[in-house]
Write a protein that binds this ligand. Structure first.
Ligand code: PRX
Length: 661
């Protein structure tokens, strides 16, 4: 946490919003997967055995002995003793059940072409790639990295890895070469799947050059498989240790590869995410608990049925895409839609064209996207037939009530419930949200903790706060989808997420997600944002330290402080306050260098909204940078008392610069 706890409490209080209540329609409730409110009591009374219901969504190679083992808390084990394979659960079982001809993936490229894969076809592709990976030398437990855009080969690669027991580590394609290298090095990963490029707003983007740049900084010798996405549009040459995906896979077409039985607690994948320090952390998810939880939440929260066509517009490079484009929907045998491009190409009705064409039943997106749709106006959704929609969802950041109501009215036609799902990379799946067939909705509040969860809002001492007051979000019972550790960094895992309150003898651990929140009298939780040095730009998590370290890497920058400021569309945006060394001129050239360093170090998502050059940063008398103040200045909110500053005179100067821009 960057500020004193008391200071944080005051800040969180200030973010409170008004609320109304909406009920799900009878028609929705009647068909909902979960519509009996007694599920909350049932899960409480029968905890942890209640989670057998999640395990029941899976096919097991051998049954588990225990639902939960707490011996090593807070490193919990779920479904211990069980064996299973995630790729078998997403593919073979449906084919064996006679659903081989059902559609698994509908893919649409940005230029408009489409590809449809049935479960049988997807299985065949996965087996051919699994055989290829084996031939290349991939063995069980080797970490395979994917640096791929939204093309079908990405989920195929994930499932092929899962099939042979090789954990995957997907790096978002929008991240920089440096970010790729850091993640491959941290995971000692020697295998990479990538693509020559992809389409963005009509342009063919070169991805392979960026990949090559990253590979140059990877410590180990690597084998790379390259998907030719762009064909003649962008010629590319393969270097040493690089192979063409189609050529390799063609040699293994029609081969069958038996799914490797994996222990319940074996790693399914790593996902790097931002934290308080400049170094991203590798969140480790396991096979059984994660998959069971992704499936159960897809069933209970997203209300998915095998017959549904479901579209989550996230990128698979983030946890949302892992859990709710790939693993959850495919485990349930649903049709999952994948789209390569942006929502405004060629027109601002692109998303609604996709909903209309594929008759999407359930649609899941980010509040940032909803705010953009709202800005573009109702004419775009009105052009399209959205009557197939039954349920809507949001993820990744708070949704303001105005955007919620717009989504409800103009996309859902006031008939679709909305699930505002709070969760994290670390939680594997949804944690706080309404069950759409059970709960009323309150725009702006995510909802109560899901059944089986003990979510409490506490103050700095760990005492529960009164309803309506801001505090820290805590999760006081383990759950199957939880992260098990940070890759090769158990210590950081323990220190960052877990607090052992009160009586250490009791061995009761509390999970601390680093979010502020408040709860109302009905138990509905409104999430108020991060309380650590992480900011949330358009639903994407960024560490301010990562941006700071890229900034101070630029010659001539002596010191920098990076904070998140409110932004109408993106929720939050990056603001940089930088001190320039003597002899270097602050100005456009230096700004451009800083932006370039950030894009090179992290990626375009971290581009700053504004860079403010200042001779000094506001500091407390003990020399700590007053980040809170810098956040308030960036957001244009009242900065209050500055008397505790050592150098209050700098504040006015900084304020002027921010408001001038
Ligand atoms: O601050 C919370 C915010 O996003 C953070 C997690 O980011 P990440 O690990 O990238 O996962 C995003 C996709 C699950 C949380 O700590 N957040 C996520 N969902 C919500 C949210 N904030 C408010 N409301 C939400 N529904």
């Amino acid at each position: 946490m960057s500020d004193e706890p008391e200071e944080q409490d005051v800040r969180l209080e200030a973010r409170l919003t008004e609320q109304d209540t909406f009920e799900p329609s009878e028609e929705f409730v009647e068909q909902a997967n979960v519509s009996d409110p007694s599920i909350y009591e049932e899960f409480e009374d029968e905890w942890p055995e209640c989670w057998e219901q999640a395990a029941d969504f899976l096919e097991w190679e051998s049954e588990y002995d225990e639902v939960l083992l707490e011996d090593d808390a807070p490193t919990y084990q779920w479904f211990a003793g069980g064996e299973l394979n995630a790729s078998y659960n997403c593919l073979d079982r449906h084919v064996e059940d006679g659903r081989g001809d059902a559609v698994a993936i509908e893919w649409e490229g940005e230029p408009g072409e489409s590809r449809t894969y049935t479960y049988s076809e997807l299985l065949a592709e996965v087996e051919a790639l699994a055989a290829t990976l084996r031939e290349l030398g991939v063995e069980e437990d080797d970490v395979v990295t994917m640096y791929m855009p939204m093309i079908v080969e990405l989920p195929i690669a994930m499932l092929a890895c899962a099939r042979i027991g090789a954990p995957h580590s997907v790096v978002f394609a929008g991240f920089s070469a440096e970010a790729l290298a850091t993640r491959m090095n941290d995971a000692d990963s020697e295998y990479l799947l990538t693509a020559d490029g992809y389409y963005r707003r009509g342009d063919a983007l070169d991805h392979l050059s960026k990949t090559d740049e990253g590979l140059a900084d990877v410590d180990r010798e690597t084998t790379t498989v390259v998907v030719d996405r762009l064909g003649d549009e962008l010629e590319h040459e393969l270097g040493e240790g690089q192979y063409d995906y189609d050529e390799l896979v063609a040699e293994h077409e029609g081969e069958s590869v038996e799914p490797v039985p994996r222990d319940a607690e074996d790693m399914l994948f790593l996902m790097y995410t931002s934290g308080t320090t400049g170094k991203p952390k590798g969140v480790k998810h396991t096979t059984a608990g994660y998959l069971a939880y992704a499936a159960w939440t897809s069933h209970a929260v997203l209300d998915l049925e095998p017959e549904d066509t479901y579209w989550c517009s996230a990128d698979i490079g983030w946890i949302t895409g892992h859990s709710y484009i790939v693993y959850g929907p495919l485990t349930l045998g649903t049709t999952t839609v994948m789209y390569e491009g942006t929502p405004d190409y060629p027109e601002k009705d692109r998303f609604w064209q996709i909903v209309e064409d594929y008759e999407v039943d359930v649609f899941y997106t980010a509040p940032t996207a909803v705010r953009a749709f709202m800005k573009w106006g109702t004419e775009y959704p009105e052009k399209r037939d959205l009557s197939s929609l039954r349920l809507l969802g949001t993820v990744g950041e708070p949704i303001n009530p105005r955007a919620w109501k717009w989504y409800y009215k103009h996309i859902g036609g006031e008939e679709c419930p909305i699930v505002d799902t709070w969760w994290q990379t670390e939680t594997g799946g949804h944690m706080i949200t309404t069950l759409p067939g059970v709960c009323d909705m309150k725009p702006g509040a995510a909802g109560p903790g899901l059944p089986g969860h003990d979510v409490r809002i506490v103050d700095a001492k760990g005492e529960e706060v009164e309803s309506g007051r801001a505090g820290y979000l805590t999760v006081q019972k383990p759950w199957p989808g939880m992260l098990r550790t940070l890759y090769r960094n158990d210590e950081r895992f323990l220190n960052e997420y877990w607090i052992e309150y009160s009586d250490p003898e009791a061995d009761e651990w509390v999970y601390f997600p680093e979010d502020g929140a408040k709860v109302d009298d009905d138990g509905y939780i409104t999430v108020l944002g991060r309380v650590d040095d992480v900011i949330n730009v358009a639903g994407h998590r960024l560490g301010t330290m990562e941006v700071e370290s890229a900034t101070v890497g630029v010659e001539g920058v002596a010191e920098a402080a990076v904070v998140g400021g409110d932004h109408d569309l993106k929720g939050e945006a990056v603001y940089i306050y930088a001190i320039v060394e003597d002899g270097r001129e602050p100005g456009e050239d230096l700004e451009a260098e800083i932006v370039e360093a950030i894009v090179d170090g992290i990626g375009p998502i971290a581009k700053p909204e504004q860079i403010i050059f200042t001779p000094e940063l506001p500091k407390t008398r003990s020399g700590k940078i007053m980040r809170r103040l810098l956040e308030d200045i960036a957001s244009g909110t009242d900065i209050g008392n500055t008397s505790t500053l050592r150098n209050p005179e700098v504040v006015e100067d900084i304020q002027e610069q921010v408001s001038d821009d």
